[in-house]
Ligand binder design. Sequence first.
Ligand SMILES: Nc1ncnc2c1ncn2[C@@H]1O[C@H](COP(=O)(O)OP(=O)(O)OP(=O)(O)O)[C@@H](O)[C@H]1O
Length: 530
Amino acid sequence: MEEIELGDGSALDPAAGVTYVWSNLNVYAGGGTMFKKSPKVHILKNVSGMCEGGQMLAIMGASGAGKTTLLNVLTYRTRKLEINGDIHINGKAVDKRTVAGVSAYVQQEDLFTGIFTVKEQLHFNAQLRIGKEVSQRERRKRVTEVMTELGLNKCADTRIGIPGRVKGISGGEKKRLAFACEMITNPLLLLCDEPTSGLDSFMAQSVVKAMKRLTGLGKTVIATIHQPNSEVFAMFDRLLILAEGRVAFLGEVSEAHLFFTRMERPCPANYNPGDHFIYSLAVRGGKEEECRQFISHVCDSFRDAEGKDMDKRIEKAMKPPKNGDPLSNIKLPKSPYRATWFNQFWAMLRRSALEVIRDPLLLGVKIGQTMFFAVVFGLIYLNVNQKGSYDVAARNLSSVLFIFITNLTFSNMFPVITTFSAVMPLFLREHWNGLYRTDVYFLTKTLVEIPIYLIGPFLFMLTSYYMVGLRAGAEYFFICSAIMILVSNVAVSYGYMISCISKNYQTALVLSTPLTLPLMLFGGFYVQDR
Ligand SMILES: Nc1ncnc2c1ncn2[C@@H]1O[C@H](COP(=O)(O)OP(=O)(O)OP(=O)(O)O)[C@@H](O)[C@H]1O
């Protein structure tokens, strides 16, 4: 059978789609650190399941059942969790790189660059997530296609918005945009965490229909789903119901009806089956013990009857095919990044520049703050260079310059680390999604923001120049100022570097002081030495 060439350059033999299998997954959280112990929580308990190419699997369950944790484990996006169990694709154990190479993941939380319009966000994704073998024309066509498919044409030129500051597209449009950003890569395996939440029933249906269309191309679609309406529910081929971290049911939708009838909870006529299954396995307030006993009974019954057949199928699906490489129908990218270094650099440079131009708040706050401190320091050290003998005045000036350098270094570095912590979730998601490398982010951010951090210290030193009442040695003052401006910019760069490397706010903060100290001392000794 002929291979399907996908938009991202990968290929899929429709006769052998991606069979995704997971077996006996046990996930634990907590346990504490060496300093502080906390109880270990067993989140997923012996969870097994599978989804074949051309199928759409719904993962359902009450809130807290473990749906999101399962999807995070299946996409290797877990941090600080202990995981045991096996994950196989087409019968072969796979690692994070393989899963990242074949899959796309629509996460529950929508994270975007708020200053972008919907179309710009999709073009940005098309530039960085589609392989270089796909032409620009094809990419533009793909953007137009997904916008039409997901009803995003109306808000194509509307900014996404920044929560609490810039009103942008609606919550439902954001959800569809998140979905469109993943669809654009034409993935072999699509995982979605609640893709329909926040959507009206028409839009929820459109999103699920778009997912269903992917299964028609032989792709594998797995989604957690909350309160699906009957039409949406009917579109899923298979159902995995989780309850209290255990598998309560796995199989076809029609089999679920039979199973719940056997459990003496038949779905009433004209009742939404999805709602009924979730409600039956929820832990209700005031009846916790009773509900937990029922859940335990349902999970045990499934494991000891229907689950046995499923286990056999899973066991079989985990064995590699007798002949050939089980992953031979998948062209895995050599690098986790689809775009070249230069393409990543230009796309990120443009985005970083637009962020400053379209949201000049940071620029305004930074300059306003610097001017405020320039005036305060200027008033404290007003005409300091005019007082006493020439030697005393010179010594005073050196001390004042040292204080200036301390202020400029720290006041540039800490805001960088603090503002970076706000964009850290987006950076981490895009970086792990293979959009760009850490060094590209660091370089483009630094390059774009350096002019801002040049203007601030320049105005600071200019104000100080007039306020300290320079008696002589203007040349000395200007050289020291240049050194200070340089040092304060290296501090900005340091701030970004520490944040990018540590990828963690607390670590960046802890590292910032010892790393800034040599810089400050260099500047300090320089101004003292003259
Ligand atoms: N890192 C963690 N530490 C401790 N408990 C955790 C951690 N992560 C998840 N849990 C717990 O595991 C359970 C499952 O969480 P999960 O987010 O997977 O549920 P969910 O089914 O997706 O819920 P919802 O539908 O409300 O999003 C919850 O009780 C949650 O509190």
